[in-house]
Design a protein around this ligand. Structure first.
Ligand code: ADP
Ligand code: MG
Length: 372
């Protein structure tokens, strides 16, 4: 008798959803990215009980058109990408149409949305677990979208228990992640708060609609932190003779006839390479690829190594945005899109270390920098 049989549809959806939404961090990240993609200039993230009871993200972006109400939470439905080829030129955070559908499967979920033309009225959208629109109702709302995620993992008891156990650590992690989104988003006002049951609401941090990342950093980390920073502006050309052999997942990009520009620049801010100006722990380090916050452990290691040769006892504050051709990396590596595959990482790291050593070497270490 055959032992292989297909998994029933609802279970498949739940398994896949559990890979996209793994914790409170992934909820906040997906919702904030959607708000930025919708052109919001104001984003409010509200945690209830550190996110255990609810995560709500309210924006003043474009809102959702009534024609899209039926499809926004269906799996692999997106307004941002239609073919695989679009992926290499991608400028939006989202592209897989998985976040909202996954949240329907793993939480008590609803959306309130209003467009500019809707006046003071908006629509509340409720969905079933598969992401199918269950009902709509008219509600007072300002332009923009509010997504409400309540009781994450209420239907997955093991995960829920784990989340309850680790929630304090998880909350600190999500704040660090939101710090990165707030700092990189020039022109966007961020406000992040937490409300404990029966307690009062406390603001975790906020930024004004600052025109640049420097002022965002001052809002989030304080002016004192900013004064210990120097501008990061490294530029180099990747050696074309050193092109990598395509890996399986990179093949689609590396074999293209037009390899794209080989110029790389790394811009941002870093602690002065002076003892006393760094930090005890490497906890304030943010990395971006073309303004997309991401985890880049090898790049972080290279930065820290070079810094240590000037200030062995401390770690730097780092805010580093790597600007490179969209053909030179792949975001579609992990379900949470935090992992980015840099196709020529070895060459990039060598160039980075050299350019950073030059910056630190040339820096007049006695002069305080980075005045607002
Ligand atoms: P993706 O971001 O990959 O498209 P999502 O599941 O995150 O997938 O979102 C599905 C769709 O819902 C988006 O493509 C977008 O059209 C719409 N949407 C989600 N959040 C918002 C928002 N805050 N404002 C406007 N539209 C939104
Ligand atoms: Mg999205």
């Amino acid at each position: 008798m055959a032992t292989i049989k297909p998994i029933e549809g609802r279970s498949v959806h739940q398994i896949q959803s559990g890979q996209v939404i793994v914790d409170i961090c992934s909820v906040a990240k997906e919702l904030v990215e959607n708000s930025i993609d919708a052109g919001a200039t104001s984003i409010e993230v509200r945690f209830k009980n550190h996110g255990l009871d609810a995560v709500e993200v309210q924006d003043n972006g474009a809102g959702i058109a009534p024609e899209d109400f039926e499809t926004i939470a269906l799996k692999h439905h997106t307004s941002k990408l239609s073919t695989y080829d679009d992926l290499s030129a991608l400028r939006t955070f989202g592209f897989r149409g998985e976040a909202l559908s996954s949240l329907c499967a793993l939480s008590k979920f609803h959306v309130i949305t209003a467009r500019a033309s809707d006046g003071p009225k908006g629509t509340r959208l409720d969905f079933d677990m598969s992401g199918k629109l269950k009902g709509t109702s008219v509600i007072a709302a300002k332009q923009g979208t509010t997504v409400v995620v309540e009781s994450l993992f209420y239907n997955l008891p093991v995960r829920r228990k784990e989340l309850e156990k680790t929630i304090k650590r998880e909350y600190n992690k999500v704040l660090a992640l939101l710090n990165a989104y707030a700092c990189i988003s020039a022109g966007v006002r961020f406000s992040v708060s937490n409300q404990m049951p029966k307690g009062k609401k406390s603001i975790a941090f906020s930024t004004n609609s600052n025109p640049n990342t420097k002022e965002n950093i001052a809002n989030v980390y304080g002016t004192k932190t900013l004064l210990a920073l120097i501008p990061l502006d490294l530029k180099f050309e990747m050696d074309p003779s050193n092109r990598p052999r395509p890996t399986q997942s990179a093949r689609n990009w590396s074999t293209r006839e037009d390899p794209g520009s080989r110029e790389v620049s790394i811009v941002g801010h870093i602690s002065r390479p002076v003892v006393g100006e760094g930090r005890q722990t490497p906890d304030r380090q943010m990395f971006f690829v073309n303004s997309r916050p991401c985890a880049l452990p090898q790049v972080a290691k290279a930065f820290n190594e070079v810094y240590k040769s000037y200030n062995i006892t401390q770690s730097p504050f780092i805010f580093a945005d790597i600007k490179l051709d969209t053909n030179a990396y792949d975001v579609n590596v992990s379900p949470d899109k935090r992992t980015i595959l840099l196709h020529d990482q070895t060459t990039l790291l060598e160039n980075l270390k050299e350019a950073l050593a030059e910056l630190f070497g040339s820096h007049d270490q006695s002069v305080p920098q980075a005045q607002l």
